[in-house]
Ligand binder design. Structure first.
Ligand code: PEP
Ligand code: MG
Length: 744
């Protein structure tokens, strides 16, 4: 296209559209496209290379290279200039290809006589599909108009590949999304599941890529952007907190002249409005892969979401595509809110998120529902299609999409073994967790949602050792009313029957930010204004909550504890709030609990060194190992880099915990442990061995923990721990594992 005009590129697009409309086999279509492109651009060569597997490209069609090379010439990712384009996803434009770093001569193609080379990735919404190349004998660099024209051809090729337009013989011409893919993520909730993909937000399918009526397409785009703006403004009107920040970014993009202008230019060059939106979206996705700054990535994600909304307006495709949810759905989403997840509820077999974090609210809900969850599963959204066969390994943080037979059978073996183990656990459900040396360990479950309660009888827990009341606040869009809380707490106590429930008052702040409360701009939220600190400084919500608990008990015994108490005085002040609420309830003539037991979490090292009086005064202490460990080792529990750096079985931490056990036994203070480590069998037996005889954990962990306790001599294990400590080992884990291997 030597003159590089818009009308030339429109002409090329028009010819491509005619090719798409023709009835032809995949190969014939590809041949025609390479021919047309070379012809329109005035180049001797145009070639299409497609991926035949994850890291091999295959020459699938060419104009100008030897035809014998088609489906024979292959290269690895990164190999030669074509491989370089495929690996980096970036264009190569050179007048002198043979002198380029990494140039590879392929005699079978007769390539040596071509000097200039322009290669572009063929990709759709961040998914790499192949490489498109034009070459000429004459030494020259390609102009920006030529690059643009080739970009558009690459985009059309990508869309056509998505629509299955090239399906033919050979792996490289296989239909998209038919190959097996393994995606590595991070464990969000253990467990394994097999099922079929259910996309939370299904992809928008664009079928009309090309248009020769730019005026009409510009008009369509204008109307759609207008609608988008109105809908963003409407959403903004009812938004607050973090949501507000996202919507402000939406509004900024929706009003962005640059964004709109780029799309209009694409339309002028022959794209339909939808294709123009998608081209911008693809560019944003490609940038997303390269940006490391978290804030910028978030904004690019916002732009991506906004593009999806715009595409839905233009195509008229809502989130409802008419597709039926499979009977065994595995939910795939970029991220999902806790409320939306609860709407799906236990119907889901598994969840895979492209983002998310271990402590996110979605992860908390997934845990409550005991649904295997993999987070940070990179590219899962681009790879997965509704209805794909999928296997989720929450233990390893792995996802197998469209798995082949060998993976399927290995995975099913694993599921079968887990099912057998579950049967074993069910058989000991009614038995006490009695160790070989005759020590009974009391096992309780952690909960936070009504959805957790059905697990109480089925897990064999003796009660709820930690009810995280903040979850009821986190899953709502607005502050729950007292009457609503009374209802929830009542239902919790009703379902627990005569089993005890320890309610922990609101633990917000740090990672637990309420969507409807103004976020505090704190430099270090984990060490900031959170939990009981908020409760004491702004007691309104805590008072309302305590009142709701008192009323919900309807005279039944009540146990309450406070989160994040760092010194005696905080406990005393919080308890005074309960006393005051109690006095008010009495005055109002309401029935009050027959007994109230008031304890505290121990989550900061400082509380372990509080005065003896504190230990005498408090009714019970529950060690929140998750927080306690992060402060003990100064290692953020949310930070993947340091989260696992220090072992719970590190001798320093165990010795510290043992000190707390001793202090409590001196004063006869009831003590339990309710961090995540209580639910890990090896950790749990060690905690029991050093004297923590009451453990509270995820319901699904009770079976495995009980089973190991019943096979362990805790006294002997304690000796193993002491010996390892004396030998100067950093962590007692290896010695403990050795011991359990031979004796457990
Ligand atoms: C803990 O810190 O161990 C704990 C149980 O509380 P949370 O995980 O809710 O912070
Ligand atoms: Mg905590």
């Amino acid at each position: 296209m030597p003159d590089g005009s818009e009308s030339e590129s429109r002409k090329l697009l028009g010819r491509l559209r005619d090719t798409m409309a023709e009835e032809a086999a995949g190969q014939a279509r590809l041949d025609k496209i390479t021919h047309l492109t070379a012809d329109s651009m005035g180049t001797e060569v145009c070639s299409v290379y497609l991926f035949r597997d994850e890291d091999t490209l295959e020459l699938c069609a060419t104009e100008g290279l030897k035809q014998e090379a088609v489906h024979h010439t292959r290269m690895k990712l990164g190999e030669g200039l074509v491989g370089r384009v495929a690996r980096t996803g970036k264009m190569v434009n050179t007048a002198d290809a043979p002198s380029e770093r990494g140039f590879r001569y392929m005699p079978e193609t007769g390539e040596e006589i071509f000097s200039s080379f322009l290669g572009l990735p063929i990709q759709r919404l961040g998914e790499k599909l192949g490489v498109l190349v034009v070459q000429t004998k004459a030494k020259r660099e390609f102009t920006s108009d030529e690059i643009y024209a080739l970009e558009v051809v690459a985009m059309v090729l990508a869309e056509m590949a998505e629509l299955g337009a090239f399906i033919g013989e050979g792996a490289a011409l296989k239909a998209r999304h038919t190959q097996a893919a393994m995606i590595r993520g991070v464990t969000g909730q253990e467990g394994t599941a097999e099922g079929h993909v259910w996309l939370h937000e299904p992809r928008v399918v664009v079928t009309n890529l090309v248009s020769d009526d730019p005026k009409r397409e510009r008009e369509r785009l204008k109307t759609a952007v207008e609608k988008l703006r109105v809908s963003v403004d409407e959403m903004l009107a009812g938004a607050s907190g973090e949501q507000l920040e996202v919507l402000e970014a939406y509004r900024m993009f929706a009003n962005s002249k640059g964004w709109r202008k780029r799309m209009e230019e694409d339309i002028d060059r022959g794209l339909s409005a939808e294709a123009a939106v998608e081209k911008e979206q693809s560019a944003a996705r490609a940038r997303m892969g390269q940006v490391t700054d978290a804030y910028l990535r978030e904004r690019l994600h916002d732009l991506d979401d906004l593009s999806n909304r715009l595409l839905r307006i233009l195509t008229g495709q809502g989130s409802e595509t008419g597709a039926e949810m499979p009977a065994d759905p595995i939910l795939i989403a970029r991220n999902i809110g806790p409320g939306e997840l609860l709407d799906y509820g236990r119907r889901l077999r598994g969840i895979v998120l492209e983002e998310g974090s271990v402590g996110s609210h979605a992860a908390i809900v997934a845990r409550a529902l005991a649904i295997p969850l993999v987070i940070r599963a990179d590219r899962v959204l681009t790879e997965a299609l509704n209805g794909d066969h999928i296997m989720v390994d929450g233990d390893q943080g792995l996802v197998h999409l469209r798995p082949d037979e060998s993976v399927v059978s290995a995975f099913r073996d694993k599921i079968a073994m887990q099912a057998q183990a579950q049967e074993r656990y069910a058989s000991i459900r009614q038995k006490p967790a009695m160790s070989i040396c005759g020590k009974q360990i009391n096992l309780f479950m952690n909960a936070g949602l009504l959805a957790d309660l059905p697990s109480l009888p089925s897990s064999g827990a003796e009660g709820v050792g930690l009810f995280r009341t903040e979850l009821q606040f986190l899953i709502r869009n607005q502050m729950p009313r007292r009457t609503e809380l009374v209802e929830v707490y009542k239902r919790v106590m009703d379902s627990a029957g005569d089993k005890p429930v320890i309610f922990r008052t609101l633990d917000i702040g740090s990672d637990k930010v309420l969507p409807y409360m103004k976020p505090n701009d704190e430099p270090n939220p984990a060490l900031g204004w959170r939990a009981i600190r908020v409760g004491l400084d702004k007691p309104g919500v805590m008072r309302m909550q305590i009142q709701a608990l008192l009323r919900a008990s309807e005279g039944r015994p009540l146990s309450v504890m406070f989160p994040f108490v760092a010194q005696y005085e905080e406990f005393r002040a919080a308890r005074t709030e309960v006393d005051k609420a109690l006095a008010i309830e009495r005055k109002l003539g309401h029935k009050v609990p027959e007994t109230i037991t008031i304890g505290t979490m121990l989550e900061t090292p400082s509380l372990a060194y509080a005065s003896k009086k504190f230990f005498e005064d408090v009714a019970f202490i529950s060690i929140g190992g998750n927080d306690l460990k992060q402060f003990f080792f100064a290692a953020d529990r949310e930070n993947e880099r340091v989260r696992r750096r220090y072992d719970t079985l590190n001798v320093s931490f165990l010795t510290f915990l043992e000190g707390i056990v001793q202090r409590c036994s001196e004063t006869g203070t009831a003590l339990s442990f309710c961090g995540e480590d209580a639910g890990r069998p090896i950790e749990a037996v060690c905690l029991a061995a050093i004297g923590l005889h009451k453990l509270s954990m995820r319901p699904a962990s009770i079976g495995p923990v009980k089973s190991l306790i019943m096979r362990t001599d805790l006294d002997a294990l304690y000796d193993v721990i002491c010996d390892a400590r004396e030998r100067g080992e950093q962590s007692v884990r290896e010695s403990v594992l050795d011991y359990l291997r031979w004796n457990g």
